[in-house]
Write a protein that binds this ligand. Structure first.
Ligand SMILES: *[C@@H]1O[C@H](CO)[C@@H](O)[C@H](O)[C@H]1NC(C)=O
Ligand SMILES: *[C@@H]1O[C@H](CO)[C@@H](O)[C@H](O)[C@H]1NC(C)=O
Ligand SMILES: *[C@@H]1O[C@H](CO)[C@@H](O)[C@H](O)[C@H]1NC(C)=O
Length: 323
């Protein structure tokens, strides 16, 4: 009886927190990071749909590509699948793992407009998780990153969304590197950290049916862990803000000798200024580049309005037009 009661409680508890989650990324559906996170979120009891681009789409920002033919004209990442395969499809042995010949932003839309309504009775989604990206996505890469773009596109559509990016930049194929039982494998460590994070989001939900307020998403960056830094297996979470000290974005440098350009990353004054938010918080750059074994957690909103002070300053400049 005691055993039955305990089993029933555990059974009910697992239902209470079981959420419907879309998981995507920009490194492609076959990346080790995203596969590890899929299995760990699923093991925690969630109903996870991994729906991601068939190819590497890093740096494609919010571009919204949709397939122009029914079959792939080029190989998917790691030739998984190869050219000639359908432009969208799922793993033969798992109908919750999908690829789409599109971008991160359009893969989420593909999930919401096709996979869920056509194959899963239009089940409603509680959270969109993007990543963990292969490489950090700090501040100035906000508009450039495909990983983050999947989240702001989801926030537009009323879904709470969190972008995760990791310091392990290796573009690895899950068939080479997935090891869910290796406690030092960075993808496995990240997957466990993300699962804990998601559990916490839903735990503190209370009577609010949303994991995050309307219009808000999170950008999270994870440090080197496990094989990349054996002294770090359980990084500390730190509240940060997007922009701030050393916040940098893409730039180019012209080489006169070769008459060509090279990519560069540069910090600009407007990106380091604090116009909104809590100015006492450290920047993502500071936490990931100048401290060890800490993860940055920044809230962002898709409210593009300037704050009242800035709006009034602008109105003051162009007021003459409105007389
Ligand atoms: C699926 O559900 C969404 C959100 O509840 C709704 O807006 C949409 O119309 C539904 N789509 C279909 C095909 O039923
Ligand atoms: C990086 O990824 C490639 C492709 O999957 C893999 O063969 C290689 O072992 C990985 N390297 C490391 C250091 O994980
Ligand atoms: C500019 O290009 C030249 C010729 O390719 C090369 O030797 C040089 O290292 C480049 N300079 C810089 C600063 O990258």
């Amino acid at each position: 009886m005691q055993f039955l009661a305990t089993s029933l409680l555990l059974f009910l508890a697992s239902f209470a927190i079981a959420k419907n989650i879309i998981l995507t990324n920009d490194d492609g559906w076959a990346a080790t990071n995203v596969r590890a996170t899929y299995y760990k979120l699923k093991a925690a009891g969630h109903n996870v749909f991994l729906i991601a681009p068939v190819s590497q789409r890093s740096g494609w920002s919010g571009k919204f590509d949709i397939p122009t033919s029914k079959t792939l004209q080029t190989n998917g990442e790691f030739s998984y699948p190869a050219a000639g395969a359908p432009s969208w499809g799922h793993e033969a042995n798992d109908d919750h793992i999908w690829y789409f010949n599109g971008t991160p932003a359009s893969s989420v839309a593909f999930g919401l407009q096709y996979v869920l309504p056509e194959k899963f009775n239009n089940i409603s989604i509680d959270l969109v998780v993007s990543g963990p990206n292969e490489g950090l996505n700090l501040a100035g890469l906000f508009t450039l990153s495909g990983t983050i773009a999947a989240t702001y596109n989801s926030v537009y559509r009323n879904y709470p969304a969190v972008a995760f990016s990791g310091s392990n930049g290796n573009n690895s194929f899950f068939k080479d590197s997935l090891d869910l039982n290796d406690p030092k494998n960075p993808s496995t460590i990240y997957a466990n950290l993300i699962t804990n994070f998601v559990q916490e989001l839903f735990k503190t939900q209370g009577s609010n049916p949303r994991a995050l307020p309307l219009g808000v998403g999170l950008n999270v960056n994870l440090p080197k862990v496990g094989y990349e830094d054996e002294s770090c297996t359980n990084p500390k979470w730190v509240y940060t803000r997007i922009t701030g000290q050393d916040a940098a974005t893409a730039d180019l440098v012209y080489n006169k000798t070769s008459d060509s350009f090279v990519w560069a990353q540069k910090s600009y004054q407007a990106l380091t200024a604090c116009n909104n938010g809590d100015c006492s918080l450290p920047s993502e750059e500071f936490i990931l580049e100048h401290t060890k074994c800490q993860s940055s957690v920044s809230a962002f909103s898709i409210d593009f309005d300037a704050n009242l002070g800035l709006t009034n300053a602008v109105h003051g400049l162009i007021g003459g037009l409105f007389k």
